[in-house]
Design a protein around this ligand. Structure first.
Ligand code: HEM
Length: 225
């Protein structure tokens, strides 16, 4: 317990927690996108994939627990770093020195909050089936949960698709800045590789945006139905 308190009391500790949890979440987001893209391979492939993921409750709940802890610690370290930075800014103001507030850091907070709202909506939508309870009953010819049918039905609503596309744009921005900042916190970004890392982080954000948004767009265009 003392160790945990010490980590959250140190500025570097908070940045490490933020970076490591960010890495866990980025890896999940990449894997989730690759899994979801199987919608383009048809109903059979996507439903089979979803059934395999749910076949082991221990693994499923282990991953869910790890994601929940990662999101919780990511938000906690962000809130503590924010408070620390604003305290530092107040002290700097008192000394009448220039305030160093960047547009990127302000966007990270706003995009992070909206992304959190998106994740809550997304879980209610496709995991808890609270937005449309009929999703829970959907079955394919093999008697499996019809995740393919659920995704098509969900994204046939342009308002829902619009919210997903908007959220994916924010995810892209958040990761474009966050992935590079994460490597800085872990001491892996140097002046020599900085430009390369920033470009790679932007590319990752763009690939995630294109990959994820291709699904609601394909449903709205009736390429997937
Ligand atoms: C177009 C974009 C997306 C699609 C089509 C999609 C699709 C889905 C579907 C179908 C499920 C339910 C799986 C099932 O019950 O079998 C799911 C669950 C989930 N999604 Fe997404 N997703 C998208 C974007 C995202 C993003 C961007 C995130 C994170 C930032 C995310 C995080 C999650 C989480 C945490 C779960 C719960 C997994 C579990 O059951 O434990 N999704 N998604």
């Amino acid at each position: 317990m003392k160790f945990v308190v010490a980590v959250f009391q140190s500025s570097l500790g908070k940045k490490y927690v933020m970076a490591v949890t960010g890495l866990v979440l980025v890896l999940f987001v990449i894997g989730h996108m690759l899994g979801n893209l199987q919608v383009f391979l048809g109903r059979e492939k996507l439903n089979q994939y979803a059934a395999v993921l749910k076949a082991s409750p221990e693994l499923l709940w282990g991953v869910r627990g790890a994601l929940l802890v990662a999101v919780g610690l990511h938000l906690l370290s962000a809130a503590l770093l924010l408070r620390q930075n604003s305290d530092a800014r107040i002290a700097e103001n008192e000394r009448r020195e220039p305030v160093d507030s960047t547009l990127a850091s302000r966007t990270m907070i706003a995009s992070g909050i909206i992304l959190f709202t998106f994740i809550v909506f997304h879980l209610l939508h496709y995991t808890a089936h609270q937005i449309d309870p009929s999703y829970a009953e959907m079955r394919d010819a093999a008697g499996r949960h019809d995740v393919y049918g659920m995704v098509v039905r969900g994204f046939s609503n342009p308002v829902v698709s619009g919210f997903y596309i908007f959220s994916m744009a924010l995810l892209c921005m958040h990761i474009s800045h966050g992935a590079s900042a994460m490597l800085q916190s872990l001491g892996l970004r140097t002046e020599r590789n900085r430009t390369w890392i920033e470009n790679a982080a932007r590319t990752l954000g763009l690939v995630l945006f294109i990959g994820y948004t291709s699904i609601p767009v394909a449903v709205l265009m009736k390429w997937v139905q």
